[in-house]
Design a protein around this ligand. Structure first.
Ligand SMILES: [Zn+2]
Length: 118
């Protein structure tokens, strides 16, 4: 998937940051595009010199979540999806689906449903 220029949720222009990301015990040079909002933090990653988004991380700060937060991570390379919940920091792998990042409320409801049935 192509890296978006604007935040798919609030449409603000996201700037590239040069950073490193540890994936499968390998430290990769990556570009990070981030939008930190009162309700969420969205981080999108691509490999340097590529415009292909391979990882999306959405941190929900929704007050309806018990104990505060859920972090959802989609890996477009391996088509894997997992969440981390605040209280235990344990990863819960869930079935892959292509997220509609423009609608975090709908995404959160879908994830909550997955959690109930996992
Ligand atoms: Zn945004």
């Amino acid at each position: 998937m192509k890296m978006p220029i604007n935040c798919p949720i609030c449409n603000v222009v996201m700037l590239n940051t040069d950073t490193k990301l540890l994936i499968n015990k390998r430290l990769l040079d990556v570009w990070l595009k981030e939008c930190d909002h009162i309700d969420y933090n969205l981080s999108l990653f691509s490999l340097e010199n590529e415009d292909h988004m391979f990882l999306a991380q959405l941190y929900f700060k929704d007050s309806s979540i018990r104990n505060g937060k859920i972090i959802a991570v989609w890996n477009y390379n391996s088509y894997s999806f997992f969440i981390e919940k605040n209280e235990d920091k344990k990863r819960l792998s869930l079935p892959w689906f292509e997220p509609d990042l423009s609608n975090p409320k709908k995404l959160l409801n879908k994830i909550k449903t997955y959690i109930v049935f996992s």
